[in-house]
Design a protein around this ligand. Sequence first.
Ligand SMILES: [Zn+2]
Ligand SMILES: [Zn+2]
Length: 644
Amino acid sequence: MIHITLPDGSVKTFDENVTPMDVAKSISEGFARNVISANFNGTTVETVTPLTTDGSLILYTWNDDDGKTAFWHSSAHVLAQAIEELYPGAKLTIGPAIENGFYYDVDFGNHVVSEKDFKAIEYKMLEIARGKHDFKMRSATKAEALALYKGNEFKTELITNLEDGTITFCDHATFTDLCRGGHIPNTGIIKAAKILSVAGAYWRGNEKNPQLTRVYGISFPKQKDLTEYLELLEEAKKRDHRKLGKELELFTFSQKVGAGLPLWLPKGAALRERLENFLKAAQKKAGYEMVVTPHIGQKELYVTSGHYAKYGADSFQPISTPKEGEEFLLKPMNCPHHCEIYNHTQWSYKDLPKRYAEFGTVYRYEQSGELHGLTRVRGFTQDDAHLFCTPDQLDAEFKNVIDLVLYVFGSLGFENFTAQVSLRDPENPDKYIGSLENWEKAEKAIMSATIDKGLTYTVKTGEAAFYGPKLDFMVKDALGRQWQLGTIQVDYNLPERFDLTYKGSDNELHRPVMIHRAPFGSMERFIAILLEHTAGNFPLWLMPTQAIILSISEKYEKYAEKVLNLLENDEIRALVDNRNETIGKKIREAEMQKHPYMIIIGEQEENENKITVRAHGGEDLGMVSIEDFSKIIKTEISKTLKSF
Ligand SMILES: [Zn+2]
Ligand SMILES: [Zn+2]
């Protein structure tokens, strides 16, 4: 008899050689029908693997990430079989599951696979799937494995690097692949499959190696899931910040200026300014002081901070002065500069906390192939701040920072988020800098702040930075994608390295604790996420133009100007479209530009001293007075933008 511990802590007794699927059935037949993979004592196993020892068993369904991984890993086998049958002579290499789906890297010889091939591959995959073939693992000797892949130099290379006795195959139907395991019970569970794209990929990611074709696919247990996924992809394409940034004239890139260096157009610069002013106002109320630091710093500064040792080789290389030979680095982070600002005088405990904020532009080297719109760039502006406080003030300061971050999220329509608390690994105290006492204080401060603020949170033990624990906000956007936004980090390292001190009530010198925080993270990445989250329909307070005045004909130009004046007096950002175009065309263009409100004026409006209002998306608000329209705008703004 063996004892199997389930995730709820219950222990069940079974005969030896019981399989995970048997265990699932003992729970309920209905549950067992949904179980698609399993993990025993921390290792992925097949649902049919006989269990021979006591241990902990987790059973996964499609709703678990591990379940999806097994599903997509198994689908990659089916894709490989389909390719082998459709393209005799194609050489299979590797084919893993990825975050959304799976891929297989294939050497198709002279055949160029394109979208024209996708339908046939999908059809073949589903035909195989419908055969309900079991996935069966077996061991093979090195000689057997090499014989199977005779003529396939890629698999041969993989097998050559494996140790004899550790090689396993997976069979389903008439197909065999080299594989370490982790499958769904049979192919029949795959009910929908889609080939998404093909791309070039070098064997083992090395450009000196032959180029292969990477075939990307995704599969689902229900046709409905695939339909929903494709709709989501379509919507994500429409919301791509690179596309919206162009349409809304927010930013551009220039080959001449350089890759990964965004250029902000007037409308984008105005948007940034509004975001910055919003945060500056809240920070002022929270007792922050603005500072300004240069874009470069002596190499020595980053040697002191430790950044040079850690990131120096992967940074922009130092720039030097022609005569003195001094070496400077483009600023990769603002913290060292802020430490030196703190250091310009001797503080007393009565002066603390000091809270220095800066919209600091930093430069980090990214490989050109890694650059992506505004989310992966080489120059970006952090909404950075560093707080220097006594250990006793940490608790309160941490809570204040959380309040500020929550205020930012609330004002910008991010309602779906969780906090991720990263703590040290207590088993490995040597990994961390700073006294145990201070770490305990900091971790207690983070945990109690997180709980007091009522945040939904997860704890990641061992995920803290070596210099301190941290709290990250994981935000879900309108398409359900998760982004890390807003980070608060406690740091004992830099105060040590920069020899920061304050005079305590005992007249002795003490080390302050430092907090790094950036609610947006960077202006570039934040605006990219905000664009994709809102599809460009920002909260009204942030919109570049809140209302556009469309005159029915040039005759009403004067009245249009009058309406504009009155709205501007009420601090509403408005524009006039007086062009000699049809009202239909003006409305269509205003819709494209995502202007939240369209104000239509003609003869009746002028005679009655009113305006006709139409909201973005088509809702007709009818004819109203200008004062009433102002009230509508103010009410809508106050729903998202509260005072801090
Ligand atoms: Zn496999
Ligand atoms: Zn920092």
